[in-house]
Design a protein around this ligand. Sequence first.
Ligand code: ATP
Length: 410
Amino acid sequence: MRVLLVGSGGREHALAEAIARSADISTLYAAPGNPGISKIAHCVSIAADDIEGLVNFAKAEKIDLVVPGPEISLVAGLADACEKADIACAGPSKAAAQLEGSKAFTKEIADAASIPTARWQRFENNKEDAIAYIRQQGAPIVIKADGLAAGKGVIVAQTVEEAEKAVETLGLPLVIEECLFGKEVSLFAFCSGKEAVLIGAARDHKRVGNGDTGPNTGGMGAICPPPDFDRSAQENALDLTVRPMLAEMVKRGTPFKGVIFAGLMLTDEGPKLIEYNVRFGDPEAQALLIRLESDLLPVLKSLAKGELAGSEVTFSNDPSISLVLAAEGYPDSPKKGGVITGIDHAAAQPGVSVFHAGTAIKDGQLIASGGRVLTICATASTPEKARSRVYEAAAAIQWEDKMLRSDIGL
Ligand code: ATP
């Protein structure tokens, strides 16, 4: 099978490794890929949101399957363009990708399908109404910009004053939500339109600093599975929060196929939906995929056809952990250009994988070129051993502006 993988982060590097291991792969391309991916795939310099460029490449290279990594490709309509060109694509249509692109859309679907979620209201063109609603509801309360904001468009306000300020900062349109309490988990499933098959779950750490402090990021590390969310709890959450959504999407004529990522709060009343993402999470994908034992490619191929044949994915029972090595200054202004050493040594350790994200080659040397630079993953027989392995590997990798959280998996 000739596959085009789209994206350039650590998630895509982990996907590339899983696809490259498949019995069915003949040629793997990545657009645009990264220096790590280039070791196992042919990287082509087409941006993840250049839909025309991607589809033209796929046609010219007789690609059998397009595998989208990031949401940006899906929200921009990659799957629709592939369908038009008669190319299989393992991701949702633009209409179905609204589940990630619009918070109000997700909340409407949740209400229509009786999915447990926080009470909410949308404010489109009147800040006074939003402020009146906040005063009526009281704090804590959650204010969200209604669009793709890479995790930066959400403010969990502890006071009414803070919430009112958030309305000013974020601007309209807004979604205002009841604040939920509990522990968060990320649940992943393969979806064929009508059906869902559980992949697994992870717990992501979004804040930049130890103890979940500081600004929100794309994610600084993840543990898989979360110790308080076992397989039967995951199946139960799938029934409550994913399967009814699929039925509602079918009813609306916009079935969802691809990987769904449900962000859940485990409240005293059970799991409640915070958000959907229409693709694997990063760095959760890395932690999930290093535990994968079965062949990923047949599943992705059947998802593209709206089927779930071959989706019996199997994972190792060993837990895993992913740790992001970022650049000093991330998320606001990461320092770039430091020369990275020690990757080969780290990756040679048992159970350890190193995935590239913000790296580049300059003058023949590997340098840091983005905010999240590398993800290190480790699996072992216990979470504690996996944690030791990941931090030992992290210590072996050096560059001038390396920054990491020291409490992932504690
Ligand atoms: P991401 O980039 O992580 O996908 P996002 O911008 O799509 O984020 P959400 O996932 O909806 O936004 O919210 C981000 C974070 O804010 C959540 O992970 C959670 O910690 C917090 N949050 C969101 N909604 C609520 C809520 N109703 N109650 C409590 N916390 C919430």
